[in-house]
Design a protein. Structure first.
Length: 155
């Protein structure tokens, strides 16, 4: 139900400022699966070529924040990633792919080739999740198992 004095077609507002959104169809809703060899490892990465000026919100180590991005890169790295310059490493991978302009680069130790994509309501989501090495963020370094859950907690 619309608020009094406002129709459902009016844009929502926040503190008196109209919020508008623009719907556009991105050129590549599905990432390109690519591979590379680094230090004896066969690794994969996904690339989305968005084109210039697409507004992106990202927590990426390279190009994180909100702003225009021409591409997104999600790169697989080996477990125990040894480099201390992830932003430079991502920039190197992007350059090897011919990606230019501002972009966003993420890293994961998950097997990128095992990614999955889902579509719903005009939104496409791509997931790269590694469940082979599980741990708890607050657990001591020696802990390797999840805490036991009682039957009461499962009910």
């Amino acid at each position: 139900m619309a608020a009094e004095g406002r129709t459902t077609t009016d844009p929502p507002s926040h503190q008196g400022c109209a919020i508008s959104s623009v719907r556009l169809r991105l050129p590549a809703q599905r990432g390109e699966l690519r591979d590379r060899h680094e230090d004896g490892h066969h690794l994969h990465h996904l690339v989305w070529r968005l084109g210039p000026g697409v507004r992106v919100c990202s927590s990426a180590v390279l190009g994180g924040g909100i702003g225009p991005r021409a591409w997104i890169l999600n790169a697989q790295v080996p477990g125990g990633y040894p480099r201390l310059d992830p932003d430079r490493h991502l920039a190197e991978i992007a350059a090897a792919e011919g990606l230019t302009g501002p972009g966003a680069g993420l890293m994961t130790a998950a097997d990128i080739a095992a990614y999955t994509t889902g579509h719903d309501g005009g939104v496409t989501a791509t997931v790269t999740a590694g469940l082979g090495v599980r741990g708890w963020a607050a657990a001591p370094a020696t802990a390797t198992r999840a805490p036991h859950r009682s039957e009461d907690a499962e009910a």
